[in-house]
Every structure is written in C-alpha cells, then in structure tokens.
Design a protein around this ligand. Structure first.
Ligand code: PBG
Length: 317
C-alpha cells in the first residue's frame, strides 16, 4: 500500500526535500540617506533602518561577515529636482555609498536604477504636465547607469519600467567600456500596493497620479512573459518578478519559459505584513519568513531579494 507519510519522518523528510535555499541566494536591500548622521528606524518596516553614509561601511562589513553575498542599494538624496539629476551626480548618495562599500568589503553591489527617489514629483520618468515621458527619460537612465558603474557597481538593476530602458542602458554602458557589467532588469514589475512601506523608507512617493501607466497591471500574467522577452532581447542578463508572493505563478511561468537567471523581490509590504503580525504574536516571524522564502524559491527564483536576509544569516547562516 502506498503510504505518503513514510517519507515525512524526521530525517527522511530532509533527504527528499525538493527545494533548498541558502544564504548564497539572498540579497539584502540597503537604504542610504545622505542627510542622516546615524541609522534611523523605518516605522513601517519594523527591524529595518536607513543607513547614513557614515554608518554604512560598518553595516556592510557586518553583512559580509554574516555571509551575505550581495546588497541592493537605494539612495535618498538631500535634494530632489524635476529631472532627477541627483541620480547621476558622481558625488551623489548612491555613488558615494557604492564606493564606500566597494572600498571596505567584497560584497557584490547591485544598484537600483530609478529616478523616483531623485525627482521632486516622485515619478520614475521625466514628467510633462501629468504625463510620464518615456523616450525623453531613456538617455538619463543611460547616464545614471554609467555613473553607477563608474562608482563601482557590480550589477545595474533598472526598476523604472520605461519601454526600451534596457537597450538604452546597455548601449550607454557599452559605449563607456562597461561591457562586462550585467543588468538585472525589474522586467515584470507590477503596480503593486505592496510597495507602500518602501515609499516611506525611500521617500519615493509620487506627488500626483500613480504608477499604472508604466508598471504592470496585476491581472496580467502573459504580459509578463512578453516584458521579459523584450528585456532579454534588449540585453538584460537577469530578470526579476516583483512583488514575489502574490505573483508566484508569474515567477514559475518566467522561469519555465526562459530558463534565465530569475530574481524575485519579497517587497516592503510583504515584509511588513509578516513583521507586523509577528509583533502582535499572530505569526512566528522566523517560521513565516522561512516558509515564504522557501516557497518563492520553489516557484522558480534563483535569487531572492529580501529585507529579512540579515536575520536569516544571523539565524541560519
Ligand atoms: C523604485 C522602486 C520601488 C521599489 C523598488 N524600486 C518602488 C516603486 O516602484 O514604487 C519597491 C520595493 C519594495 O517595496 O520593497 N521604482
């Protein structure tokens, strides 16, 4: 008689587990705020902090010592303007943060490439009236990519969902000699309410409208495959599905269809839900994060970006 429970005995269960993940697959996001002199707690993301440029090297060193392989950097500039010029300032916050980490650690630095933290209106592209401009934004994204690469970024991660951004960025990088710098495209990035806490963390909320004219519509999955295909054709080396848990079907479809290195982003709202429930004693933080990360990996993620990476390293690294 077939008895499924035979293989669920302790010890045997681990032998037949179909999914493994380890610290080697995890990427820790870091927010760096150039106005701060010391780390500041992010209210909507319990346990998460914005770093200052001064506190950053020590934090990065700690992450490296814990065995975390890579970080994803977000910069909060002191000043914003219509054009997001702070995003490609050689002395800008993300450039200085990148240099500081590369000088003091061997961490892989992935730089998020978007204008929304740097524009006064908070959108990911240039704006005319109420319109988010596409083609006018592309050369700026190219400039930002080059300035990030010059600062030492190992991987450029464009998250603005402008059409043809990958082609523009690949072209600009190649022209400047950065032919070996890979691009991790936020290819299937949905207009998700689960980014709410991030917008507090990165002060990247928008002054009008929403992001639905450039980010994907949650009902669509086939469209995600199309987005991924276009980004690969334009030169993306890795692709991302974002958010993670509500979009596991999309993740699985992308991995099955293209077989390329695929990242999933467990976003701020996913983090906050578990962290808040844990604070109330309604969920076990550790068990909930471990299960969620295992399931994201089971659905096809090679790399997982998660705010819980450091906690994972401390517990299980
Ligand atoms: C910037 C960007 C966002 C996130 C990553 N890069 C916010 C947005 O698109 O509004 C969200 C990350 C998170 O919620 O953890 N475009």
């Amino acid at each position: 008689m077939r008895r499924m429970r035979r293989l669920r005995a302790a010890g045997i269960r681990e032998l037949v587990a179909e999914t493994q993940f380890s610290l080697k697959n995890l990427i820790q996001p870091i927010f760096v705020d150039e106005r701060l002199s010391e780390p500041q707690a992010i209210k909507s993301m319990p346990g998460q902090f914005r770093q200052s440029l001064e506190s950053l090297p020590a934090e990065a060193g700690l992450l490296e010592d814990l065995g975390i392989p890579a970080v994803l950097l977000f910069g909060l500039p002191a000043n914003k303007d219509e054009m997001g010029t702070g995003a490609y300032d050689p002395m800008g916050v993300i450039q200085r943060a990148t240099r500081a980490i590369k000088e003091t650690t061997n961490l892989i630095v992935i730089t998020d490439l978007c204008l929304c933290e740097y524009t006064s209106h908070g959108h990911c592209g240039l704006v005319r009236g109420q319109k988010i401009l596409n083609d006018e934004t592309l050369p700026i994204l190219g400039e930002v990519a080059v300035s990030q690469a010059q600062a030492g970024s190992d991987i450029i991660a464009p998250s603005g969902m402008m059409d043809h951004m990958i082609r523009a960025i690949r072209g600009a990088l190649d022209l400047d000699g950065f032919t070996d710098t890979p691009i991790l495209s936020y290819a299937a990035k949905y207009a998700s309410t689960f980014y709410g806490p991030f917008r507090e963390a990165a002060e990247s909320g928008f002054s009008f409208g929403d992001r639905r004219s450039y980010q994907m519509d949650p009902p669509n999955a086939a469209e995600a495959l199309w987005e991924v295909q276009l980004d690969l054709e334009e030169g993306a080396d890795m692709v991302m599905v974002k958010p993670a848990m509500p979009y596991l079907d999309v993740l699985r479809a992308v991995k099955d269809m293209f077989g390329v290195p695929t990242a999933a982003y467990q976003v701020s709202g996913e983090y906050a839900m578990i962290a808040a429930a844990a604070e109330r004693g309604w969920l076990s933080e550790q068990a909930a994060f471990l299960e969620s990360l295992t399931c994201i990996r089971r659905a096809g993620a090679d790399l997982i970006i998660t705010y819980w990476a450091k906690n994972y390293a401390e517990l299980c690294g």
